[in-house]
Design a protein around this ligand. Structure first.
Ligand SMILES: Nc1ncnc2c1ncn2[C@@H]1O[C@H](COP(=O)(O)OP(=O)(O)OP(=O)(O)O)[C@@H](O)[C@H]1O
Ligand SMILES: [Mg+2]
Length: 390
């Protein structure tokens, strides 16, 4: 059964490079290692029995040492590399049997790739570079221009549309590459070390940009990185590869707390735990909440802290109320003493970035999802306890 959340489902995908992969595949199935296969058959194992799924709207990061198979894996997804065996389902449809035209559509509409270093065409303007690819897709000139300009605006380069690439900094050129992929409006963005060539400051800025785009547009992104800080910052989930295999998949926090083996542990050894923990993972939902559709009287004297969070009919946070007089309040009186929420946190904020707010706030800080829906709260005590444990 495929879950509707799953946009991409990869099952038992192998890639063996070489003319006669059959013998190598047999050896692999019988437990041979990548090294054994290479020395006995001369065939290089790129990806070994990869299975995972990517959910709609998530940033799925693939990490691993050089040569571990990351680029091979991501190129298998849109069949820039043909799998030796296994299946790849996009929105429930197996694309491993797709022929030329359908496959071309997959690459154009569903999975656009952003490479580590792309050559912008020096004689073409920025907007023409961003529109590159739309012409082949058969769009008329006006539509191409509109889509390219919109994509440039999304990456903050709207006013550079008619500049030449050589008038842009390296980071800006990289953003043109991102705009080119966005102009295609793909279902899934595949990014192979797309930020690796950037200097740290611009890289950090581009990561922020990507997180923002993903939130605003609910983009699904598969992102390759060999940088753990980057993986943790942008990844909803991370897959760790070693020698062609995926050795572990999980949220940064899950992997950090429970590394599958020494290889994974060694990656995470030097990581600051407060950067891997997200507010939504540690929010507690024992605070008192009141639905604005309620008709009951509420006795705030009985409530710990004497305050209540007010939620609308879709569980979005509309305010916080604290006790006034005797404490027995109706919803009406609660609404009257409702204060604007002093601080709230998006669920994907790291613990590290949450600490200041939690410290400053006079009540536990509510944690909300991207739509303002209440998840729970972070209190000073709880946050301190987690810090102490890490
Ligand atoms: N076209 C090819 N022919 C033969 N072997 C290949 C080919 N492409 C990749 N490989 C092999 O597959 C393995 C995985 O390579 P891949 O490029 O996927 O690694 P990677 O994790 O992306 O590394 P890096 O971090 O250096 O980019 C390596 O052993 C590599 O030698
Ligand atoms: Mg690579």
């Amino acid at each position: 059964m495929s879950n509707t959340q799953e946009i991409l489902e990869v099952s038992n995908v192998f890639k063996v490079f070489g003319d006669t992969p059959d013998r190598a595949m047999d050896m692999l199935r019988n437990g041979a290692t990548k090294e054994q296969v290479l020395s006995e058959t001369g065939h290089n194992v790129g990806v070994f029995d990869a299975s995972f799924s990517v959910n709609r709207g998530e940033i799925f990061v693939i990490m691993g040492l050089s040569g571990s198979g990351k680029s091979t894996l991501v190129r298998l997804l849109n069949r820039l590399i043909e799998p030796s065996s296994g299946s790849i389902k996009l929105k429930g449809q197996d694309i491993t049997n797709f022929k030329d035209k359908d496959l071309l559509n997959v690459r154009r509409q569903d999975m656009s790739m952003v490479f580590q270093s792309f050559a912008l065409m020096p004689h073409m303007s920025v907007i023409e570079n961003a529109a590159f690819g739309l012409e082949v897709a058969g769009l008329d000139k006006k539509t191409r221009q509109e889509r390219a300009l919109k994509a440039l605006e999304q990456v903050g380069l709207g006013s550079y549309a008619f500049s030449r690439p050589d008038q842009l900094s390296g980071g800006m050129q990289q953003r043109v590459g991102l705009a080119r992929a966005l102009a295609n409006d793909p279902t899934i963005l595949l990014m192979d070390e797309a930020f690796s060539a950037l200097d740290p400051l611009i890289r950090h800025e581009m990561q922020g940009e990507l997180i923002r785009l993903q939130k605003e547009q609910e983009r699904t992104i598969v992102f390759i990185s060999h940088d753990l800080d980057e993986a943790i910052r942008i990844g909803d989930r991370i897959a760790i590869m070693e020698g062609g295999r995926i050795v572990q998949i999980g949220t940064p926090e899950e992997i950090m707390n429970n590394p599958a083996d020494d290889y994974v542990a060694s990656f995470f050894k030097s990581v600051d735990a407060t950067k891997t923990i997200k507010a939504k993972d540690i929010a507690q939902n024992d605070a008192f909440t009141v639905s604005t559709t309620t008709t009951q009287a509420i006795d705030l004297t009985e409530v710990s802290g004497n305050y209540a969070y007010l939620l609308d009919d879709e569980n979005r946070l509309v305010g916080v109320a604290t006790m006034k007089q005797d404490g027995t309040d109706t919803l009406q009186s609660l609404m009257e003493q409702k204060m604007a929420v002093e601080y709230s946190l998006n669920g994907s904020t790291t613990l590290k970035d949450s600490i200041n707010l939690v410290h400053q706030s006079s009540y536990p800080v509510p944690v909300l999802d991207d739509h303002g829906v209440y998840i729970g709260t972070l209190s000073k005590d709880h946050t301190l306890a987690i810090l102490a444990n890490n």
